[in-house]
Design a protein around this ligand. Structure first.
Ligand code: SF4
Length: 478
């Protein structure tokens, strides 16, 4: 997410972005660029582990990529392979100790891991290890993976990594760096995206999104398949399957397309901008409105607004400006503080909206408080009518797979009808894109997507509600 778009981050917290490269003399610099291009996937911390002369080096810290790294830190990471990570905490506090990649020395040697997703059985696995005396350094679900890898029962198996991965439940794209190779793995449902690229000189790269391939000038090769481990080493790229996706059903997170991924990226084989504009067109067919002007709420709803305008013929205008210079509103602890930051970031262009009947396009509505503030600002600026159109269905359920929606009780659509939500938002009319309409815009068969936050149909059984801070016994001091 570009900085200008961070106002939106007050609503939904994102997850993480991954990047890896093997066999390139500027591996750390490329990885810096790769995670920079995916800053929209996490703004709390950033880190890189590189490989030099058989040793794994690490630099990580709190903040944006440009705040964590400078020329000196990148020179210190010089090597021929690297993995990188940007993080928003979906499990564990926003604290330096949880920044990734996590690097350990174990009986098998050095290994570092970077994770995008959320393990729904991490608490059970951790409790079992702690009962046997294991000591955990972080409150992140990712650390259990390193403990499993170090335990003799897995280390002695013919394929230790595959054996460990078969123990994990939930969503995970993982990058590991060992003294001789990088390994990348994707869970059997393929919940989060992970793709492979190739540079002109033959070096392979791996990234959460294809926008990171573009920034390093790598060609897209293919996605890492659900249930696959890809190895990058001196002998090139090799692949093996650690679990067969069939009969496990594919469940790509539809919210990656709706909200999280960069519009320039191709995710799950489909361009994000193309998906969102198609949703906008579908929304215009499902929920037309008589109006003078169409405006998107910056910035995520722009693609959908283009589609709505194309289909409806309504002129697409600009009702808001965004400040490019604001910090990270999502770290504000209270709703009133977040609202204040959003007000400071989004300014209404009075002359554009005064006396107009507006169709306003939003990508999604979560708590509703932020959207209500924006609609109030338009009304105050003199908008005559406001017809709010949301380019995704109502969010009614929590996500256990790496997206940090607020407490389910705070989801506005959890208990309210569309009419009641419209009343709360104080708009003249409100309509959401239907589930069928959204899925018609997606490339794959509807059964190949996770839509649980809209539908409540989870792709796997979740035995315990997953809380972000569940692995914290003692609060980490900030
Ligand atoms: S519940 Fe929603 S946000 Fe979470 S993985 Fe499924 S579609 Fe994505």
């Amino acid at each position: 997410m570009p900085l200008a778009n961070l106002a939106d981050a007050a609503r939904i917290k994102e997850h993480c972005g991954l990047f890896a490269v093997f066999g390139h003399p500027k591996a750390a610099e490329l990885t810096y660029l790769g995670i920079y291009a995916q800053q929209h996937r996490g703004q709390e911390s950033a880190g890189i582990c590189s490989l030099k002369d058989g040793r794994i080096l690490r630099h990580a810290g709190m903040g944006l990529v440009t705040q964590v790294f400078d020329r000196r830190s990148l020179v210190g990471l010089e090597g021929h392979a690297a993995i990188g990570h940007v993080r928003y905490s979906t499990t564990g506090s926003c604290h330096e100790i949880n920044s990734q990649p996590l690097l350990v020395n174990c009986a098998q040697g050095q290994v570092a891991v970077a994770h995008n997703g959320n393990l729904i059985n991490a608490a059970d696995l951790r409790a079992a290890h702690e009962a046997r005396g294991a000591i955990f350094q972080t409150s992140s679900d990712t650390e259990i993976i390193l403990h499993l890898m170090a335990s003799p029962s897995f280390a002695d198996s013919p394929d230790p990594l595959a054996a460990v991965l078969r123990e994990l439940s939930g969503a995970y794209c993982l990058l590991f760096i060992f003294p001789d190779r990088i390994e990348a793995a994707r869970d059997a449902h393929g919940l989060r995206p992970l793709c492979i690229g190739r540079m002109e000189d033959g070096a392979h790269v791996i990234a959460s999104e294809t926008c990171a391939l573009d920034i390093v000038d790598a060609d897209y090769v293919r996605d890492v398949r659900p249930g696959e481990i890809v190895t990058l080493s001196e002998t090139g790229l090799s692949s093996r399957t650690f679990v067969k996706p069939d009969p496990v059903r594919t469940a790509h997170c539809i919210f990656e397309q709706v909200y999280f991924s960069d519009p320039s990226s191709n995710v799950f084989g489909q361009n994000v901008h193309a998906f969102r504009t198609a949703c906008g067109r579908e929304l215009a067919r499902e929920a037309p409105a008589d109006a003078d002007l169409l405006i998107p709420v910056p910035n995520c709803a722009r693609c959908a607004a283009i589609g709505y305008s194309e289909e409806s013929g309504l002129p697409l205008g600009r009702g808001f400006t965004t400040s490019h210079y604001m910090g990270r509103s999502f770290i504000m602890p209270t709703q009133s503080q977040r609202d204040l930051v959003v007000r400071m970031k989004l300014n209404v262009i009075r002359e554009a909206v005064r006396g107009k009947r507006l169709v306003v396009i939003e990508d999604s509505v979560v708590r509703g408080t932020t959207t209500r503030g924006k609609m109030g600002a338009l009304r105050k600026a003199g908008a005559k009518e406001i017809h709010l159109r949301v380019a995704s269905p109502p969010i009614r359920h929590p996500c256990f797979f790496g997206i940090d929606f607020p407490n389910p009780k705070k989801l506005i659509a959890r208990t309210r009808s569309v009419g009641e939500i419209g009343d709360y938002l104080e708009v003249d009319s409100l309509a959401y894109l239907s589930m069928g309409g959204m899925l018609r815009c997606a490339k794959h068969h509807p059964k190949d997507y996770c839509t649980a936050c809209f539908s409540g149909a989870y792709p796997m059984t979740v035995h315990h509600p997953v809380d972000k801070h569940r692995l914290e016994k003692t609060p980490l001091s900030l």
